[in-house]
Design a binder for this molecule. Structure first.
Ligand code: EPU
Length: 432
C-alpha cells in the first residue's frame, strides 16, 4: 500500500509573501449555521480541507444542497428535514458536534453519536448537552446514539463552567432558533465566535456581545441566507510565521488580522523575531539568534492559544536557553514532542508542563504526524533543521491546512509531497 509523505530539506531561510487562508475553525461553524437560514448562503474564502469536505457531506445528508467551487461554498436548504448524522460522519471530525445546535434550532430534534477529531486527551460533550437541556431539550442515550428532542426550544440563562468555544457556538446557533431570550455567561471570546455572530446577524438574527463574556441572543427571528467571507485563519498564519522564525527567514503575510493574533505576535517577538503589522499584513524577520521564552501558558482568548502551543515549541527547541510551556486547555497536547526529540530536541514533559532546553540545531528525521497542529509543528521544526525530514500521516495536516506544501514551496522552502510504500518504511522502523 502506498501513502503520502512530506519531505522537507531544512536550513533554507523562508522568504516571500503569502495570503492567509480562511479559518477552518470559523468556516465549519458557519457552514453548520447555514442550516438555520432559508434561501442560499454563499461563503467566500472557505479553505479547501478535508474537514470542510466532511461538513459539506453532513449538510448534504441533512437535506441541504452544498456545493463548492474553489474557495466559494454555496449552501441551500431544500426543505428536507433529516435530523440524524450517521456515526461515520460524526467521527470524521470534532466539528461534527457543531451541527447539534443548528439542527435543534431548526428542527427541535436531532440524533448524533460521539464526534471524532484530534486525540488531545478526553474531549467530552457534556457541556454541549447540558446547555441544550437548559433550553428544554430532552436527551436519551441508546446504543451509542444520542437522541435529542424538544417540544419547543426556549431561551434560557446559561452559565458555562469554562469558556468552551464549541459550546458557545452551539448555544448561539440553538438560541437563534429558540423562542425568547438566551443569556450566555462565561462565554468563550475567540474571534471565530464574533465571526459566527456577524454572519447570523447579517442573515437576520439578533445577537449581541459575541466576542465578550456575556452573549445575548433574542431568538425566533426569520433568517435568510447571505454572502459572507470567512475570517483569516490566525493559527495557519501563526504556523507560517513560526516556520519563518525556525528557518531564520523573513516573510510577509497578507489578508491576516493582526489584532486577533496579539498574544502570538508578542511571543514571537519575545523569541527574538522582529514583527511588524500594517493593516492586514504581518511581517516577520528573524536574523539574529532565537531567544528562550521563560514561560508561556495556553489560555482561552485573548490568551496564548492552545492551537499555537505545538508550533511555538518547535521554534523554541533551538532557542539558546530554557523555555517553559504550560498547557491548560487540553490534557494531552504534547505528543509532537516525541517527534521533535527524534529530531534532536531536548524536551521534558511533566503533567501539563513542558520544559524545552534549547539545542543549537535540530536534524532531519522520519516522523509521523500525531494530530493536526502537532504535525504542522514537525514541519516548522523541519524547515529549521539540518538535513531531510520525512513526515507521514498527512491526513492530520490535511484537516487544517490548505495547499500546505505548495505554500511553503512558494516561500522558497525545499518541500515535496511524495508517495511511499508503507511496508518499505516499516522495515526502516519509522515512527514518532
Ligand atoms: N470540554 C468539556 N466538555 C464539553 C466541551 C469541552 O469538558 O462539553 C473541554 C474540552 O475537553 C477542553 C476544553 O473544554 O478541555 C476547551 O474545549 P473547547 O470546547 O473550547 O474546544 P473545541 O470547541 O472542541 C475548538 C477548536 C480547537 C481548539 C479549541 C480551544 C474548533 C473546530 N476547534 O475546539 O481547535 O483547540 O477550540 O481553543 O473550533 C485545532 O484547530 O487544531 C483545534 C483542536
Amino acid at each position: 500500500m502506498t501513502e503520502e509523505m512530506l519531505q522537507i530539506t531544512g536550513g533554507i531561510p523562508l522568504q516571500g509573501e503569502i495570503t492567509v487562508q480562511g479559518a477552518k475553525n470559523s468556516a465549519l461553524p458557519l457552514m453548520a449555521a447555514a442550516l438555520l437560514c432559508e434561501g442560499e448562503t454563499v461563503l467566500k474564502r472557505v479553505p479547501q480541507l478535508s474537514d470542510v469536505y466532511a461538513a459539506s457531506r453532513i449538510l448534504n445528508r441533512l437535506g441541504c444542497r452544498c456545493t463548492a467551487e474553489g474557495s466559494t461554498v454555496s449552501i441551500r436548504h431544500s426543505g428536507a428535514e433529516n435530523c440524524e448524522i450517521p456515526d461515520a460522519d460524526m467521527r470524521a471530525m470534532r466539528s461534527s458536534i457543531m451541527f447539534l445546535g443548528p439542527i435543534l434550532g431548526r428542527m427541535h430534534r436531532c440524533t448524533i453519536t460521539m464526534p471524532g477529531g484530534c486525540e488531545l486527551g478526553p474531549r467530552p460533550i457534556d457541556m454541549h448537552l447540558a446547555a441544550m437541556r437548559r433550553m428544554g431539550v430532552q436527551i436519551f442515550e441508546d446504543g451509542g446514539k444520542i437522541r435529542c428532542t424538544a417540544e419547543k426550544l426556549s431561551g434560557a440563562r446559561i452559565h458555562l463552567p469554562l469558556p468552551s468555544v464549541g459550546v458557545t457556538e452551539n448555544v448561539i446557533m440553538a438560541a437563534v432558533g429558540a423562542e425568547g431570550e438566551t443569556v450566555l455567561t462565561n462565554a468563550a471570546r475567540e474571534p471565530e465566535i464574533a465571526d459566527l455572530a456577524n454572519y447570523l446577524n447579517q442573515c437576520g438574527a439578533d445577537i449581541s456581545g459575541a466576542g465578550e463574556s456575556t452573549v445575548v441572543i433574542r431568538g425566533g427571528k426569520k433568517l435568510t441566507g447571505t454572502e459572507y467571507a470567512v475570517m483569516p485563519d490566525r493559527i495557519a498564519a501563526m504556523t507560517y510565521l513560526c516556520a519563518a522564525a525556525a528557518s531564520g527567514g523573513s516573510i510577509c503575510l497578507s489578508g491576516a488580522n493582526p489584532r486577533d493574533m496579539e498574544s502570538c505576535l508578542h511571543v514571537l517577538e519575545a523569541a527574538g523575531c522582529t514583527v511588524g503589522c500594517c493593516g492586514s499584513r504581518i511581517f516577520l524577520d528573524r536574523s539574529g539568534a532565537l531567544k528562550p521564552v521563560p514561560y508561556i501558558c495556553t489560555m482561552p482568548y485573548p490568551g496564548f492559544p492552545t492551537d499555537a502551543q505545538a508550533l511555538i515549541s518547535a521554534v523554541l527547541c533551538t532557542a539558546k536557553g530554557t523555555s517553559v510551556i504550560e498547557e491548560t486547555i487540553f490534557e494531552s497536547r504534547y505528543k509532537h514532542l516525541a517527534a521533535l526529540m527524534r529530531m534532536g530536541a531536548n524536551a521534558r514533559v511533566s503533567g501539563r508542563t513542558a520544559v524545552l532546553q534549547g539545542v543549537p540545531r535540530l536534524h532531519g528525521a522520519s516522523v509521523e504526524a500525531t494530530d493536526l497542529r502537532g504535525g504542522a509543528a514537525m514541519a516548522v521544526a523541519a524547515f529549521g533543521a539540518e538535513g531531510v525530514t520525512d513526515i507521514t500521516a498527512l491526513h492530520h495536516i490535511d484537516r487544517g491546512y490548505e495547499h500546505f506544501a505548495e505554500t511553503f514551496h512558494s516561500l522558497g522552502g525545499a518541500v515535496r509531497r511524495c508517495r511511499f510504500s508503507a511496508s518499505e518504511r516499516e522495515k526502516q522502523g519509522v515512527g514518532a
